[in-house]
Design a protein around this ligand. Structure first.
Ligand code: DLL
Length: 451
């Protein structure tokens, strides 16, 4: 597909075949609610086998028998990341250890890692959920899929891998790192589908272009990207540079991994797989539901997980829910893009700023690559922010005057989006570190100073 593949969202793209992997994706809402209630009761019963959940349920004065309607969900206690840390490594296990067949974990860049366990049935469920969003986004048995996620404790590699096999497509388990090798493999094996983080997809596009490849030189047609926040502008950039349709999928290891939600061909929000998860959208301060359609913190309860079920897990991810019916026929509520995390939010001179806002501003300015690094410090009384922005290859020949104009434009756009003035530093193409996993977009020296 050439750059003309960029199609309007809000309807199925012409020629796109909308196929369900599992009829459960289109369950009528009343049947879905009945199924959720039954599974919620089972989950509370299962969670009560875990000492830490049992105590929390006791404190809240609620047991499985008290869950008579879905509204009773709100009587359940919340679970936070610290509960997982406190029960390190596997204190939240709800099944005997011999039933565990896999353990994954978070990277643990902030504090201890947290582990999640899977029974054989959990793996089967997970694989099916991944297969669903892949099929919703065009994957078919005849495709070859290049997986550039790391294989390891991170749920991205193995999670996607087994989902692809379940669909019957051919998987190339390329793993992380060595971008020129990825480009060569994609070319030689003729993969039609690319799977990685959105920031890494962009980098694969950069490296392919630097090697003189045009989108048409690769067979790629779709990409399924997730694992980190990204913007609509970044989607367009990836679609242009690789000549593909880009789909968004969401998940987190504490809940299961990828497969919690994914886009259909309409690509206006990700269908939450509600027969396996209940999602609430709450005000992170009051913990009350936000008005319909507004951004709030997603709080997720697993409905079928055996080994490590979660009750009302506070994801810290901020997104809105859209309950309007979708033209694709799937009945799962759609979550919008994650606009940020309540704990990744930068507070700069009292103003809340998300890295995604800076990205949005940069993508409005021609001549800059969407590779950036935000450095926050407080040398005196006031916070200062420096944004390092890479120039696109070729711009180095430009006159000094044009550089100054470019800096001015970036400054204006960032100010327009965030309301904050940041100092801008233009850096050479390729100067910022690329990551095969999740991109590092922020260095907050203020935190280092406090620690
Ligand atoms: O990133 C699971 C995953 C792997 C999802 C591959 C999709 C694809 P964790 O490492 O536990 O798990 O990180 C979870 O990543 O709470 C979000 O903040 C962020 N995240 C994941 N997917 C998206 C997305 C995996 N599509 C954390 N958009 C989550 C925005 C995302 N943020």
């Amino acid at each position: 597909m050439a750059s003309s593949s960029i199609v309007a969202r809000g309807a199925l793209p012409p020629g796109f075949e909308n196929r369900l992997y599992d009829p459960a994706e289109a369950l009528p809402r009343d049947e879905l609610s009945a199924l959720q209630l039954r599974r919620l009761q089972e989950t509370v019963e299962r969670a009560a086998r875990v000492p830490s959940y049992r105590e929390a349920l006791g404190r809240a004065g609620v047991s499985a028998a008290d869950i008579r309607s879905l509204d009773d969900l709100r009587r359940l206690p919340f679970t936070v990341k610290d509960d997982l840390r406190r029960n390190y490594p596997l204190g939240l296990l709800a099944v005997p250890r011999e039933q565990v067949v896999r353990i994954h974990g978070s990277s643990g860049t902030t504090g201890r890692p947290t582990f999640v366990a899977y029974t054989r049935r959990d793996l089967d469920t997970w694989t099916g959920l991944v297969a669903r969003f892949l099929v919703a986004g065009g994957l078919r048995p005849e495709h070859t899929v290049h997986v550039a996620f790391g294989y390891g404790l991170f749920t991205g590699g193995f999670g996607l891998h087994y989902g692809i096999e379940r669909v019957g497509a051919a998987v190339v388990p390329a793993g992380g790192g060595n971008t020129p090798r990825h480009v060569r493999l994609i070319q030689d094996l003729g993969a039609q589908v690319l799977i990685c983080t959105p920031s890494y997809a962009l980098h694969i596009g950069e490296v392919a272009a630097a090697e003189g490849l045009r989108p048409d030189d690769l067979a790629l047609r779709f990409g399924h990207f997730g694992g980190e926040p990204w913007t609509e502008e970044l989607r367009q950039e990836i679609e242009r540079s690789l000549g593909i349709l880009a789909f968004n999928n969401y998940g987190l290891s504490e809940v299961i991994g990828p497969g919690v939600a994914g886009e259909c061909g309409v690509r206006e929000g990700m269908h939450v797989q509600e027969d396996h998860f209940i999602v609430e959208c709450l005000d992170p301060k009051t913990l009350e539901p936000v008005p319909e359609g507004e951004v709030g913190e997603l709080v997720i309860t697993s409905l079928t997980k055996e080994a490590t079920p979660v009750l009302r897990y506070r994801t810290r991810d901020l997104a809105a829910l859209d309950r309007r019916p979708c033209p694709c026929g799937r009945t799962g509520v759609r979550m919008g893009r994650v606009v940020g995390r309540s704990d990744d939010m930068l507070i700069i001179r009292g103003v809340n700023v998300f890295p995604s806002q800076v990205e949005e501003a940069l993508l409005r300015v021609d001549g800059t690559a969407p590779q950036y690094l935000i450095e926050v410090s407080r040398p005196g009384a006031l916070d200062e922010v420096k944004v390092k922005v890479e120039l696109r290859p070729g711009d180095l020949r430009d006159e000094m005057r044009q550089m100054i104009e470019l800096k001015d434009r970036i400054d204006r756009e960032i100010h327009a989006v965030t309301g904050i003035r940041m100092s801008i530093e233009l850096v050479a193409p390729g100067a910022l570190e690329r990551s095969p996993g999740k991109a590092r977009r922020v260095i907050d020296h203020r935190k280092a100073a406090v620690a």
